[in-house]
Design a protein around this ligand. Structure first.
Ligand code: NAD
Length: 281
């Protein structure tokens, strides 16, 4: 039997519809600011995608753009001002940023209640203590996909292939919070197959094409492909989709899987920071 191919666009549309019914009741329009430093062309693409998504649910998306030679102090000062500005309900930083500016310092300076991406130490710490609040968008997208598929995590063997702060670290704790048995693999893992063979759910976010092949899956596997790799023939993920899709239970495609749900979850977090700033939650 062919695998169920998860329609990420449909899941995203449902999330956006639900958010839209909420935001249309807001008297004050949510206002989110994105800080962009330098002129990385992919950043412009992401900004445009985010702006279009914001328009759909009546969120105002502003940009604060700096040239690549801006000082760290200047950006930190701007974040401090945005933290205090009652008309700004959420702050995002568009990565990558130039290497003379500390990514960590910028993130750490964002007010936790304006932290749309859930990356501040306070929001990350709340995941660790089981008091989850604003969850980083990609891990939140994975949780939403699993929820949509009514997949329970309790007692399941979950394998996460990624140990970054953005994806693997928070996701592994989120899975533990839901009582899954979690393994985390990364670039230094030897014998990936010994981990994939035990996993019922594989979440791959390595950014390595064909990392997950037929020998890594079985009939009951649920494969969530977070990887995004740009190739001459378009965007693809970590999974050898053509070879694997008929050998598993469920699989997310790239494009059209985790990506759109991540964008929808970014909107979800914007609505959450808005409500926090308006004392609605
Ligand atoms: P990153 O470079 O910080 O992390 C990559 C992770 O993959 C690391 O843990 C690394 O150890 C691991 N890895 C690399 N090569 C490996 C290998 N051969 N075997 C096992 N593990 C390996 O990147 P990131 O920001 O965490 O993003 C990871 C991927 O997810 C990228 O392709 C990125 O584009 C994608 N991504 C997708 C979304 C989405 O919405 N779909 C969102 C964020 C990131």
């Amino acid at each position: 039997m062919a695998a169920k191919i998860i329609d990420g666009k449909k899941i995203a549309t449902d999330i956006i519809k639900q958010l839209s019914s909420e935001t249309k009741k807001f008297i004050v329009k949510p206002n989110i600011i994105t800080i962009k430093i330098g002129d990385d062309p992919t950043s412009d693409l992401y900004l445009k995608l985010r702006d279009n998504a914001c328009k759909k649910i009546n969120i105002n998306s502003e940009h604060k753009v700096y040239s690549a030679d801006v000082s760290e102090e200047q950006v930190l000062k701007a974040i401090k001002d945005f933290n205090q500005d009652k008309n700004i309900h959420g702050i995002l930083i568009q990565f990558p940023i130039p290497s003379h500016i500390s990514q960590k310092k910028l993130i750490d300076s964002i007010s936790p209640i304006k932290d749309v991406e859930g990356l501040t130490p306070q929001n990350m710490g709340r995941i660790l203590t089981g008091d989850e609040d604003i969850i980083p968008c990609t891990p939140l997208a994975v949780l939403n996909i699993l929820k949509h598929e009514k997949t329970t995590l309790k007692g399941k063997n979950v394998l996460i292939i990624n140990h970054s702060t953005l994806v693997g670290k928070p996701l592994s704790i989120l899975m533990l919070n839901r009582n899954a048995s979690v393994s985390v693999c990364h670039v230094y893992t030897e014998d990936l197959k010994s981990y994939t063979s035990k996993a019922e759910i594989i979440i791959s976010a390595a950014g390595v094409p064909n990392l997950i092949r037929p020998e890594h899956v079985n009939r009951s596997s649920f494969i969530i492909d977070v990887g995004i790799i740009k190739t001459d023939s378009g965007v693809r993920g970590d999974v050898d989709f053509q070879q694997v899709k008929d050998l598993v239970n469920k699989i997310t495609p790239v494009p059209g899987g985790v990506g759109p749900v991540t964008v929808a979850c970014s909107l979800k977090n914007m609505v959450k920071t808005y409500k926090k700033n308006m004392d609605m939650i």
